[in-house]
Design a protein around this ligand. Structure first.
Ligand SMILES: CC(=O)N[C@H]1[C@@H](OP(=O)(O)O)O[C@H](CO)[C@@H](O)[C@@H]1O
Ligand SMILES: [Mg+2]
Length: 557
């Protein structure tokens, strides 16, 4: 005889789930996957996903004793017709990896099975349905966002969760809000839980850090025609004359404008400024681009010879890390506070060399969550992807040390004050284009660097990124933080042998986590050599993977 049926704690709202889920049916032929960037695809097919994410977010909150969980609706740098959704855990960090699989599972359940699949999930995950649940959510400016918010809200209603709509705002603001809400009234209080609190905290720290320095010349900001535009406009009001902005690409209403010929991803991949800035930039003037949800940042300028020079995530990481190392030493804390940098294999070899002479540098697989976790291992961890996503993390014990340390000289006291202000300036929950931008401006002001001087700290090795279309990218498996291939067998040896023939040659191959391609990266001392190496490796990858010889791109060797 079997025992009593295993039941869950509290009330499972079968009726409400059935009712609301019938309003957001999943199309049979669609399959979804919670990847590196959450769910991301065409906005018009995401209705059922948003409803189910609402349900999942509410359950995640119950599982965490009613702590507030965040949901961000955005597709970042993707084209305007795409959309996506990500969950944010209570400390403002990305969703715990184990729940990514639950998200995928629930999103793909058939309409008939959804309620049962959900019941089993609640039971197996031991979620106590009698706990409260709270979810704060926001969206970017995409046209599909409005209806997706409604679908999400129905998911919250189905579970009876308390929802808070943070409106149209950036990904970093949403992450900030989550942390601020959950730390309210504790000794770790992160800031006031409002957009105003976010601006106050950042702008106050910035003012303190640049006070007494020469007036900062205006900064040109390309807002990607996205949500960065209204948020940068508000930030400008808080900063006033301390940092004048000249905003471009701020049109969030004309259809098709978002990320189109502008934004951080455009600049990084095209290696040129947005056409809308042609003729705008003065020689040597600092400019930067945000992406569609303002969590990535690219700086650049035009030099004396009218060449375009890009100051990417690697350049930002080196500038910031070197500055922090100096401050720690000046504050008399070099022995107690260890600063480290985290990069991926895509970091320019010249940046890694420049950094490794000064401090420990770690390499992790691609994807912010890997970098973020590795950075947590340092007392102060600076992490950036070359594409401009990154931040600085101060460990809890370091924050305490910085607060309690008794400086023995006025110079130590000044450096310590700067460090403490930096902990307020930096959005430690996630990469934040605006917070990173203020951080860069602080360092430039302190060092009295122009963009030209910043750029000359080291010279980037010429590099080339190639996408190779192969029948099955899963045949490519890597190790050593994606720097070496273990499969297909023998291919790594061929790449190694080839690299030896190029001065400063380095190349690696990995399957993309976001696109159906294999990526080839190569760098070398000379531009022509970097290109040749990349296309030779691309050719090897193509042939090895069984690519159609008739369609073999002609630039491959
Ligand atoms: C070479 C490159 O830029 N890769 C990007 C891209 O990942 P892939 O796994 O390479 O497709 O998208 C990720 C998510 O946005 C981002 O973290 C990463 O840096
Ligand atoms: Mg983004």
């Amino acid at each position: 005889m079997s025992g009593p049926p295993v039941s869950i704690r509290g009330h499972f709202p079968h009726k409400e789930i059935e009712h609301y889920s019938s309003l957001h049916p999943k199309a049979r032929h669609l399959q979804f996957s919670y990847g590196t960037a959450g769910f991301r695809t065409l906005g018009v097919v995401l209705d059922s996903v948003l409803f189910r994410v609402g349900v999942l977010a509410a359950l995640r909150s119950k599982k965490l004793d009613g702590k507030t969980v965040g949901v961000m609706i955005t597709a970042s740098h993707n084209p305007e017709e795409d959309n996506g959704v990500k969950l944010v855990d209570p400390r403002g960090e990305m969703l715990e990896a184990a729940w990514e699989a639950h998200a995928t599972n629930l999103a793909n359940a058939s309409n008939e099975d959804f309620s049962d699949v959900l019941y089993d999930f609640v039971r197996d995950s031991r979620i106590d349905m009698s706990k409260p649940s709270r979810v704060v959510y926001a969206r970017d400016t995409r046209p599909t966002g409005e209806s997706l918010v409604k679908a999400l809200e129905d998911g919250l209603k189905a579970i009876g969760a308390e929802g808070r709509d943070a409106g149209i705002t950036t990904t970093p603001v949403l992450h900030y809000l989550v942390r601020a809400i959950n730390t309210k009234g504790t000794k770790e209080e992160y800031g006031e839980d409002s957009e105003d609190g976010y601006f106050q905290k950042m702008s106050e720290a910035f003012r303190k850090l640049v006070s007494g320095r020469p007036r900062i010349p205006p900064l040109v900001i390309d807002c990607a025609n996205g949500v960065g535009a209204p948020i940068a406009k508000k930030l400008a009001e808080y900063l006033g004359e301390t940092l004048p902005f000249v905003l471009y690409n701020t049109d969030t209403t004309t259809p098709g404008g978002l990320n189109n010929n502008c934004g951080a991803d455009y600049v990084k991949t095209q290696q040129k400024p947005p056409p809308s800035l042609n003729g705008v930039l003065q020689k040597g003037q600092r400019a930067c681009s945000l992406d569609g949800d303002a969590d990535r940042l690219m700086y650049y300028f035009i030099d004396e010879r009218n060449y375009f020079l890009m100051l990417d995530g690697d350049k930002i990481a080196t500038l910031v890390a070197a500055f922090i190392v100096d401050l720690v030493r000046l504050a008399g804390l070099a022995e107690q506070v260890k600063v480290g940098v985290v990069q991926t294999a895509y970091a320019n070899g010249a940046s890694t060399k420049y950094l490794a002479d000064k401090l420990p540098v770690r390499c992790t697989p691609t994807g912010v969550k890997h970098l973020h976790h590795a950075a947590e291992q340092f007392n102060i961890g600076v992490y950036f992807e070359a594409n401009g996503h990154g931040t600085v993390l101060f460990s809890p014990s370091t924050l305490e040390k910085l607060e309690k340390h008794e400086p023995s000289t006025p110079a130590q006291s000044t450096a310590l004050r700067h460090l403490n202000n930096l902990t307020q300036l930096v959005n430690q929950t996630v990469g934040d284009a605006l917070s990173d931008m203020l951080l860069v401006e602080v360092v430039l002001a302190h060092k009295a660097y122009s963009a030209i001087e910043w750029n000359s700290l080291y010279t980037d090795l010429p590099n080339r990124l190639v996408k190779v279309h192969v029948p099955n990218r899963n045949a490519f498996k890597t190790e050593d933080a994606e720097r070496r291939l273990v499969s297909p067998r023998g291919l790594q040896k061929k790449i190694d042998d080839l690299c030896k023939r190029y001065d400063g040659g380095r190349s690696f191959v990995r399957p993309s986590g976001t696109e159906d391609v294999v990526r080839v990266y190569a760098e070398a001392v000379l531009r022509s050599q970097a290109d040749e190496l990349a296309f030779r490796v691309a050719g090897m990858v193509y042939d090895e993977a069984g690519g159609d010889p008739h369609r073999r791109p002609k630039e491959y060797y």
